[in-house]
Design a protein around this ligand. Structure first.
Ligand code: ADP
Ligand code: MG
Length: 476
């Protein structure tokens, strides 16, 4: 580092420090190093492109005044940034003041990549590696090869394939895959990531669950290294965020994700999101983020049809090295319809039953095992259970829906409980009415109609119904 540069930059810093908030100073100016001073051209090194952009957007005026103050009117500033990994040959960003007159400096002016030094201390990066290498967190069992194609997932699968060939280069950015649980979102998301790595191993791919993302962000905030967190995510070429609906209600995380999303999208990087709802139905997420979710392709994975279920079973059977007769496979595929995870679970139970009891897998054994699976779960859904679930969902005490009150939100909860009791139990309208707040059968009938109407017309209400429905279905 040249002494002159150091001296001048320190003087500038003194001036800047007095003119901006302390925290902003610490965040944006501490990490900068003065590199050299040639005549009136000061070169400073910033940790990343993101820093450069941020400084340009927010602090260029103050930097300019400080520099003019120290070096005179024709002072110039050159930024150097270190790109991640070994993009050593990439031309560093260089900017003259005024910043609109961009000029380039020669690549050889780049010194040791700063990011490598930072990487060691960066909690998001595996330490001790020469190059910045990120563990993609991809599950190698979830490939395209074993992701059976069917009508239910054709669009999502084929979009995924195209993305894998040209990440960031298709109009499917972001790719937003949504479905109920157990229908293959996570599997497909991993498959895309693995395929990108197979075709272009040098691409930085990262799979992260939304929960983990939120947790990392909280930890980074606590440890005061939010910038490292942001930089880390901004370096990814293909970012896969699973179950993005969990970001609901988390303001800070939404904000930082918005920021990262924009950066990646603008730099032509690929974003893949999964969710249990369509973007429009996600609650408690900022509108600007929802609208971005819709920028690329949103596609639903539906419940698989019989043929697809059979194909999935067949594949799983082959994978496990087990032979089952066609009859048996057909029986399982016919009876387990809504969820592929359960389909696999049923097959596993049949196999386990046969192994444990040293019995041959006969149609009777399969029937018995599945009957257990099906009836065990069904008997839990009672009117009481539904009332409790609805109350929990709205955070109401149970006696509220039992009471006579006609307050709007309580009436709504009561009607929902009636609706779901009708849907999921065999109880008569009058039994339901008696158990839910001592009403008559006409009230229950009316409740069911009202719920049906609101479901069609009121988006918020629809999301309540969908959420509660999911919770009940998860129990079945
Ligand atoms: P989701 O993320 O939608 O809840 P998962 O991706 O976890 O669902 O899928 C549940 C299980 O079903 C996984 O074991 C997955 O491998 C399997 N699965 C889902 N879709 C398919 C498919 N099309 N072909 C083969 N297996 C599938
Ligand atoms: Mg999943």
């Amino acid at each position: 580092m040249s002494e002159g540069a150091d001296f001048v930059w320190k003087e500038c810093l003194n001036y800047i420090k007095d003119n901006i908030p302390e925290k902003a100073y610490a965040t944006w100016f501490h990490p900068i190093k003065a590199v050299k001073l040639q005549g009136k051209v000061l070169t400073i090194q910033v940790p990343s492109k993101f820093y450069y952009e941020y400084l340009e957007e927010n602090y260029i005026k103050i930097v300019k005044s400080s520099l003019t103050k120290n070096l005179g009117k024709d002072a110039k500033l050159v930024y150097q940034i270190m790109m991640e990994k070994n993009h050593r040959t990439e031309t560093p960003y260089s900017v003259n003041i005024p910043s609109s007159q961009k000029a380039q400096i020669k690549p050889q002016e780049v010194d040791a990549p700063l990011y490598m030094e930072r990487g060691v201390a960066n909690p998001f990066v595996i330490p001790g590696l020469q190059k910045l290498k990120i563990n993609s967190q991809l599950n190698t069992n979830y490939t395209f090869d074993n992701f059976i194609e069917g009508d239910s997932n054709r669009l999502a699968r084929s979009a995924g394939r195209q993305i894998a060939k040209r990440p960031g280069g298709t109009s499917f950015n972001p790719l937003f895959i949504y479905s109920n649980v157990g229908l293959g979102k996570t599997h497909l998301a991993h498959a895309i990531g693995l395929e990108v790595k197979r075709i272009q191993p040098e691409k930085t791919v990262l799979y992260v669950s939304t929960e983990k993302f939120c947790q990392q962000f909280q930890e980074a905030t606590k440890a005061n290294n939010r910038n490292d967190f942001i930089h880390f995510y901004q370096m990814i070429d293909v970012l896969i965020v699973d179950d993005i609906h969990f970001i609901s209600g988390k303001k800070g995380t939404q904000e930082v994700f918005f920021y990262i999303f924009n950066h990646l999208h603008q730099s032509g990087k690929q974003i893949i999101l999964t969710s249990d709802k369509a973007p429009i139905d996600i609650q408690d997420v900022e509108q600007r983020l929802i609208s971005r979710f819709k920028w690329g392709l949103s596609t639903e994975i539906q419940t698989p049809d019989y043929t697809t279920r059979l194909a999935i079973l067949r594949q799983k059977m082959e994978f496990d090295g087990i032979a089952l007769s066609e009859d048996i496979l057909a029986y399982i595929a016919e009876n387990i319809k809504t969820n592929i995870r359960e389909l696999e679970g049923a097959l596993n139970s049949v196999i386990a039953q046969s192994t444990l009891n040293k019995k041959e897998i006969t149609p009777e054994l399969v029937e018995k095992t599945l009957a257990n699976l099906i009836s065990n779960s069904k008997k839990d859904i009672t009117i009481d259970y539904i009332q409790k679930l609805v109350c929990d969902y709205f955070k109401l005490p149970l006696d509220m829906i039992q009471s006579k009150t006609r307050k709007r939100d309580i009436v709504q909860a009561r009607q929902l409980a009636m609706y779901f009791a009708k849907k999921y139990t065999n109880a008569s309208l009058s039994t339901i009415g008696t158990q839910i707040g001592k009403r008559d059968h006409a009230t229950v009938l009316h409740a069911c109609k009202t719920v049906g109407n609101l479901f069609e017309t009121d988006r918020m209400f629809k999301s309540y119904v969908d959420d509660i429905n999911k919770k009940i279905v998860a129990e079945i």
